[in-house]
Design a protein around this ligand. Structure first.
Ligand SMILES: O=C(O)CCC(=O)C(=O)O
Length: 243
């Protein structure tokens, strides 16, 4: 594991994704969201995109994308992530694209181990890849450096109540090292699944699509929970009170 990632629980990697795979990822996002927006997806998926913007990677082949393209992007993410975390694999079932068009869908403080169904994949790292420049008018992520060690000794929260309010954050991290990552397409924010993070707080936003590729080191047994449970967990993070 990369020493900065171990010490701080996150790292920003410029030019993480090669140009070709970045283009492919944008193509997957354009194709799948266009299918949803043009009425070509089942109601449940339309509702999900409206509610919180997410599309699981394993839904994309049903939304006009070619699975081989999804596999190529996952392979590129995996190869590059391995330079930071060692031999690893992308866990497709807990990886997704997410679109924010309105500030209503921005996500409150949480850790993926509580809210994103990653706990049983420990160690697990989120490779977060925005497809537009973020940090000023399109929301980036805000992370609390070092929070991953603190959060490992906190009792886990149920996915149905995984959001942390501002008072709790201020009490738990009195002198927080908070950073909002300013990033361009192709850059990655890699963070431990115990690292406290949220969507950059903004009252109005430029739309943004991002990829959330969750990688685990090789040898971790497949998660036993069902697919539906994991997506419910992500939705619940969104619904939890923010502050
Ligand atoms: O898209 C966002 O703003 C939040 C993403 C997030 O919380 C995550 O990737 O775990």
């Amino acid at each position: 594991m990369h020493p900065w990632l171990v010490a701080n629980g996150f790292t920003v990697v410029k030019n993480f994704l090669p140009r070709r795979e970045l283009r492919l990822l944008k193509h997957l996002a354009d194709t799948s969201y266009a299918t949803v927006d043009n009425g070509g997806a089942p109601d449940a998926i339309k509702d999900q995109v409206h509610a919180w913007g997410g599309l699981g990677l394993n839904m994309l082949s049903g939304l006009g994308c070619v699975q081989r393209d999804v596999d190529k992007v996952m392979a590129a993410v995996q190869k590059r992530a391995a330079q930071y975390v060692g031999p690893c694999r992308v866990v497709e079932d807990i990886s997704l694209l997410r679109r924010h068009k309105e500030s209503r869908t921005l996500i409150p403080w949480h850790i993926d181990a509580d809210g994103a169904g990653t706990a049983s994949y420990d160690p697990c790292v989120n490779v977060w890849l925005p497809l537009t420049s973020v940090g000023t008018i399109a929301p980036s992520l805000e992370v609390i450096g070092g929070s991953h060690t603190v959060m490992r000794s906190e009792p886990p929260l149920l996915a149905s109540n995984a959001g942390r309010d501002q008072d709790w954050i201020e009490q738990t991290f009195p002198a927080p090292r908070r950073i909002v990552a300013a990033m361009d397409p192709g850059d990655a924010l890699m963070f431990d699944h115990f690292t406290m993070h949220r969507s950059q707080a903004m009252t109005s936003i430029a739309p943004r699509i991002s990829g959330e590729f969750r990688v685990t080191t090789l040898g971790v047994p497949p998660h036993r929970a069902g697919f539906a449970g994991r997506w419910a967990a992500l939705r619940d993070v969104l619904r939890a009170p923010t502050r």
